[in-house]
Design a protein around this ligand. Structure first.
Ligand SMILES: *Cc1c(COP(=O)(O)O)cnc(C)c1O
Length: 351
């Protein structure tokens, strides 16, 4: 039997959370003299809803889950940090993850003085189950997985992910930041089967709103209530909540962006393989392409000289020689190809 409380840090288990000003009153027509706000400058004079009820109800409808299964925060990064702070006793517990993957899991573990144990992926960038199992011990509270994975751009085999969720005795955090671009379905429909699963999604990629900082975590109510108890009361500001509600009302707009980006991904891939200095392009389930170049450092510097910035992943384990290229607009991708077409390797020799 999975028991969230037994995994929690001692101080979190016995925490009395901050209660915010308006928790006792549910209406919207009262005279509000309780929170020392300024009575002028409506609506921004008021603190935002600390429970984000309207936003959560819209996300619930969108994702076919209950509001009680949703946490929203200041980017996915907040959920990552809160999970580590809630479950991992510094210098005692550890988190297990994979390598290569998204950098924030390690940064958050390091900041919280929690040991970070990455298991190298297999050569075809899949989960290496035996090496993950080898790193797990009784102090492993969280297992971070990212599928589609950043930077390798692929999905992990579904059965491998399921196996790890079923057998890991702590909480599995499955980061689905790129799931909208993937041919695989989200695990969100199977949330009810797994009381130890946390799914992370974000408004930063397919929804086109990295600037408003809004991330989502989906999990069993027990886990969500832990996150809600330890977050800053007003962690999602009013502007962000308003903007997200507006965008969610037009989900078709997001779908159209995804369609365009997937089409551009295909076109860009077809053009890139024709270049003489391109050695390999990984199959992508995300909104970026991993491209291996004969001389990645030279191409990287050449692109910067031409005011095109890509991500150099060429020193990352299992990604040697690769640059990570985000799919831009059709115009931007054409410009990229035009510039790459004029690359002169002799001018950018390896240093
Ligand atoms: C971009 C990205 C995110 C998004 O993080 P936010 O804090 O929500 O902007 C999360 N996980 C991965 C793997 C990413 O690449």
């Amino acid at each position: 039997m999975f028991d969230v409380n037994s995994l929690l840090r001692r101080n979190i288990r016995s925490l009395t959370p901050y209660s915010s000003a308006r928790d006792e009153y549910k209406g919207s027509d009262a005279i509000l003299l309780d929170a020392n706000e300024n009575p002028f400058n409506h609506p921004y004079n008021r603190y935002p809803d600390p429970h984000q009820q309207l936003l959560k109800s819209r996300i619930a409808a969108l994702k076919s889950v209950k509001s009680g299964n949703i946490f929203v925060g200041n980017g996915s990064d907040e959920a990552i940090d809160l999970l580590i702070r809630a479950f991992c006793e510094p210098r005692e517990d550890n988190v297990v993850s994979i390598n290569p993957t998204y950098g924030m899991y390690k940064v958050c573990a390091d900041i919280n003085d929690v040991a970070y144990r990455p298991a190298l992926l297999t050569h075809d960038h899949q989960l290496d189950i035996p090496s993950i199992r080898e790193l797990v011990d009784e102090n492993s509270k969280l297992l971070f997985l990212c599928s589609p994975n950043n930077p390798t751009s692929n999905n992990f085999y579904r059965d491998d992910v399921k196996y790890l969720i079923r057998t890991f005795r702590g909480i599995v955090v499955l980061d689905e930041a790129y799931v909208d671009f993937s041919c695989e379905a989200s695990f969100i429909r199977e949330l009810d089967l797994y009381p130890n699963l946390v799914i992370l999604q974000t408004f930063s990629k397919a929804w086109g709103m990295a600037g408003i900082r809004l991330g989502m975590a989906f999990a069993d109510e027990m886990i969500i209530s832990v996150l809600d108890h330890i977050k800053y009361p007003y962690n999602v500001n009013a502007l962000t909540q308003h903007m997200a509600l507006e965008k969610i009302a037009n989900e078709a707009g997001k779908q159209e962006w995804v369609r365009i980006i997937l089409n551009e991904r295909e076109l860009l891939q077809q053009e890139l393989v024709k270049l003489p200095m391109v050695r390999e392009i990984l199959p992508s389930d995300a909104n970026f392409l991993m491209v291996r170049f004969e001389n990645p450092n030279g191409v990287f510097r050449y692109l910067i000289d031409n005011k095109i910035i890509v991500r150099d992943r060429s020193k990352v384990a299992l990604c040697e020689g690769f640059l990570r290229i985000t799919i831009g607009t059709g115009e931007e991708n054409m410009k990229l190809m035009e510039v790459l077409g004029k690359y002169d390797p002799l001018k950018y020799e390896t240093d």
